[in-house]
Ligand binder design. Structure first.
Ligand SMILES: Cc1ncc(COP(=O)(O)O)c(C=O)c1O
Length: 336
């Protein structure tokens, strides 16, 4: 719907990224948007660089056109831009998937300076960024502030942004979008019609109304709820699992926890016996590894999080004590 394209474009304008409505393609979610980009732009001869850890469904979506995946390690304390530069030189990728705003699963934010140098590197290597901004409105530290770094695409003019309503508004509003340079819109649209033909009009009307009205109020309520849940989860972990470490994320929806030993897969198998489904680090590692990490989302109510941590601590007591019951097997966890 033209009104929705215009409202999404206006939101980019307000963030400092001038956007025309025809640069916006509305999709059934950020994941669907990512699959359109993978299908249109990364064929079997193309490399696609992703971060490690990363959001695993995005990796599958980016592979939709047959593109080959390579990973750039992301340090839990931040991006290593020398490693990015080396990976760009080594792989000469067509696409580079980046989550600069509350990266999933680490919650990291790429600084303004890093965005500028990352953008210059991409230009030098002729690679196109796919910027996943699904979490960008979920800043949790200062609820009165909507200040955020300028969009990554302001530093990388060929970048393609994907956005979502499902994190900032409601998980039931299955809508997302692509913001692409003019020159790519036609190609993306052609690829898209092989995947789906449109988003229900009712949902489009709802999102249009929100974007033209009280989106800030809705997002603020989400941020308040997530902040309370993040703090409850962090508090319970500090109390029950003091030898686990994590960096308190400034936003997003999960804690990325480092275990004292590499046993996340074993832990997730044992945790399931205690009624908790955990996503172990290797689920987020496109090239394997990261068994020392576990992602704990704080998307559910605080009392449930506290109970979950109690059960995880019980499971950890089994794994930490030798893991006899938890050896073998892979955790059957589906990361949503
Ligand atoms: C980083 C990231 N990108 C994309 C998605 C998918 O978004 P959507 O629900 O709009 O398809 C998610 C969902 O968890 C996500 O965390």
């Amino acid at each position: 719907m033209p009104d929705l394209q215009a409202a999404i474009a206006a939101a980019y304008d307000a963030r400092g990224l001038p956007t025309a409505p025809e640069q916006v393609i509305v999709t059934p979610g950020a994941l669907a948007a990512t699959a359109v980009v993978g299908t249109a732009l990364a064929g079997p001869r193309d490399k696609v660089l992703v971060e490690s850890p990363t959001y695993p469904n995005a990796v599958r979506a980016l592979r939709a056109g047959g593109g080959r995946i390579a990973a750039i390690p992301l340090d839990p304390s931040g991006w290593d831009l020398d490693a990015v530069d080396a990976a760009l030189a080594r792989h000469a990728p067509r696409l580079v998937h980046v989550m600069p705003d509350f990266h999933n699963p680490t919650g990291l934010v790429l600084s303004e300076r890093e965005r500028a140098s990352y953008g210059r590197m991409l230009a030098r290597h002729g690679a196109t960024a796919v910027v996943d901004e699904a979490h960008h409105l979920l800043g949790l530290d200062d609820l009165d502030s909507t200040a955020a770094p300028t969009p990554f695409a302001a530093h990388a003019k060929d970048a393609i942004c994907v956005g979502s309503a499902s994190k900032s508004v409601w998980g039931g509003l299955r809508m997302g979008w692509i913001r692409a340079p003019h020159a790519l819109v036609d190609r993306l649209t052609r690829a898209r019609v092989g995947l789906d033909l449109g988003v229900p009009v009712l949902e489009q009307l709802v999102l249009t109304r929100l974007l033209q009205g009280d989106l800030d109020g809705v997002v603020r309520a989400q941020r308040e709820r997530l902040r309370e849940q993040r703090d409850a989860l962090a508090g319970a972990l500090t109390e029950r699992l003091p030898d686990w470490t994590f960096r308190m994320p400034a936003g997003g929806m999960a804690l990325w926890c480092r275990l004292p030993v590499a046993a996340a897969t074993a832990l997730s198998v044992e945790a399931e016996r205690h009624g908790v489904l955990l996503a172990p680090g290797p689920s987020f590692a496109p090239e394997g590894g990261l068994d020392r990490y576990v992602r704990l989302p704080y998307a559910v109510a605080a009392p449930l999080l506290v109970e979950a941590v109690d059960r995880i601590a019980d499971a950890w007591a089994v794994v930490g004590a030798g893991g006899a019951r938890a050896t073998g097997g892979t955790a059957p966890v589906l990361v949503a």
